[in-house]
Design a binder for this molecule. Sequence first.
Ligand SMILES: [Zn+2]
Length: 136
Amino acid sequence: MATDPDAEIVYRAEAILEREFSTSKVTLAEAQSLVNQISYAEDIDPPMIVHIPVSRRYDALAVPSERVIVVRTNLPTQLTIIHEMAHFLGGMNHGVRFRRTYLDLIRRYLSINHHQTMARLVAQLFPETSSAKSKS
Ligand SMILES: [Zn+2]
């Protein structure tokens, strides 16, 4: 994933989003319940949340081969969990398919405000691939 040029841009958008509309920190049980809810709605086997406080580089890591989401802290944000679920549903890089899936999950599991802000940030930061029509 170090070779994924879109990753840093997505992380930057998330940092801005968390400043404008922060998302709640959830316990591991709540995180698992969010994962289950999304998985059932999307008809996939729910990955298991595993708390391993190893890497400082990532807040979390999706590991599809092991069907787990590794989280560094025992109080991850909702946005972190949704980001990792977008990997299970939209692919492991941070390309167009991932971003479309991620925005869709943000709209359904966070709020319309989070969705509108993230959609605007993605349109600004990925102008060449964005299909957003409303530019101000
Ligand atoms: Zn990611």
